[in-house]
Design a protein around this ligand. Structure first.
Ligand code: ATP
Length: 298
């Protein structure tokens, strides 16, 4: 195998059981993702999508099996080596994870912090070349005019575009997206998903994205990986995949429109619960970040 044939991600027999959990979050998961591929993870809430994504950049450690990202055995990496790998893998979250009290450009600049030493306060404390790069990314996501506004003045769709610009500051080779449009309205969702696809094509990025929307997954991804209770139950290119085949991921055969509608309303409810929990966590994180930013130097 030449280097260019090497998978961007190779996962072999991955298992993950969280401490104290009655059942594994992942079990026997094996898959390879080739460079430039756009993969969607689909499955009910709790099926293991986030856990799988978080193994790709070492945010989780496997209980069994192996994860190789960009040629490196992720669970074996520590310290600087792990940080260096994470620098090559961008991550976009459902709740954007911006610091609302900071300006848009400062949020984007934090994406390049790993390359600098010491803390930075205010966009002018970053090198000029980084500010220019950040403005370029903001231009690419259509938000140049918003660069000096507070991030929390922007709509959800705009905030997610800022998060994309922030991820681009890392010059990532892989982009992981954990339900990036779950909290957006349909129009903003479609703008954000189109933007991710366009940017992935421009930069030959490998993308692994978890979604809840079956139709979006079918029209957007090159390949769908379906998870049910931590195991892969479908792994197929989207070209000749039908909606009914995809619905089988959800553990029952949904052939009629009303069955699909019932299942989707169940999904929407589950999503709502997750969203509420994540909003609580995001608020807590943001309060901490603001406290930290306002702290008097010792
Ligand atoms: N940090 C954690 N500690 C303990 N259990 C966890 C942790 N994170 C996830 N789990 C459990 O692991 C299982 C898989 O969760 P995961 O978040 O990966 O699923 P998901 O498919 O991403 O769900 P959702 O669509 O709701 O985000 C669930 O049973 C969940 O409760």
């Amino acid at each position: 195998m030449t280097n260019s044939d090497a998978p961007a991600v190779r996962i072999t027999d991955l298992g993950k059981t969280y401490p104290g959990a009655a059942a594994p979050a992942l079990e026997g998961v094996s898959l390879s993702v080739v460079p430039g591929e756009i993969v969607v993870l689909l499955g009910l809430s709790g099926s293991g999508k986030s856990t799988l994504l978080r193994h790709v950049n070492g945010l989780e450690t496997p209980s069994t099996g192996s994860v190789v990202s960009l040629g490196q055995a992720v669970p074996e990496l520590r310290g600087q080596a792990l940080r260096a790998l994470r620098g090559r893998i961008g991550f976009i979250f459902q709740q954007f994870e911006l610091v609302g009290a900071l300006t848009v450009i400062e949020n984007v600049l934090t994406g390049g912090l790993a390359t600098l030493r010491g803390p930075r306060v205010g966009s002018l404390s970053y090198p000029r070349r980084m500010r220019e790069k950040a403005l370029g990314h903001l231009d690419r996501v259509g938000l140049l005019d918003f660069a000096y506004q507070r991030a929390d003045n922007l709509s959800g769709g705009q905030q997610q575009r800022v998060a994309i610009a922030r991820a681009l500051m890392q010059d990532p080779e892989i982009l992981l997206a954990d339900e990036p449009v779950a909290s957006l309205d349909p129009e903003s969702s479609s703008q954000v998903m189109s933007l991710i696809r366009e940017i992935a094509a421009e930069r030959s990025l490998t993308v692994i994205c978890s979604l809840h929307q079956v139709d979006l997954a079918l029209s957007w991804g090159d390949r769908i990986i379906g998870l049910r209770a931590g195991s892969v139950v479908l792994d197929t290119r989207t070209d000749d995949l039908t909606r009914e085949e995809v619905m089988e991921i959800y553990g029952r055969v949904a052939t009629t429109t009303s069955e699909i509608a019932a299942l989707e309303s169940e999904l929407a409810e589950a999503r709502e619960q997750v969203l509420t929990q994540e909003m609580r966590r995001a608020n807590a994180r943001e309060n901490l970040a603001e406290e930290f930013a306002n702290e008097e130097p010792a």
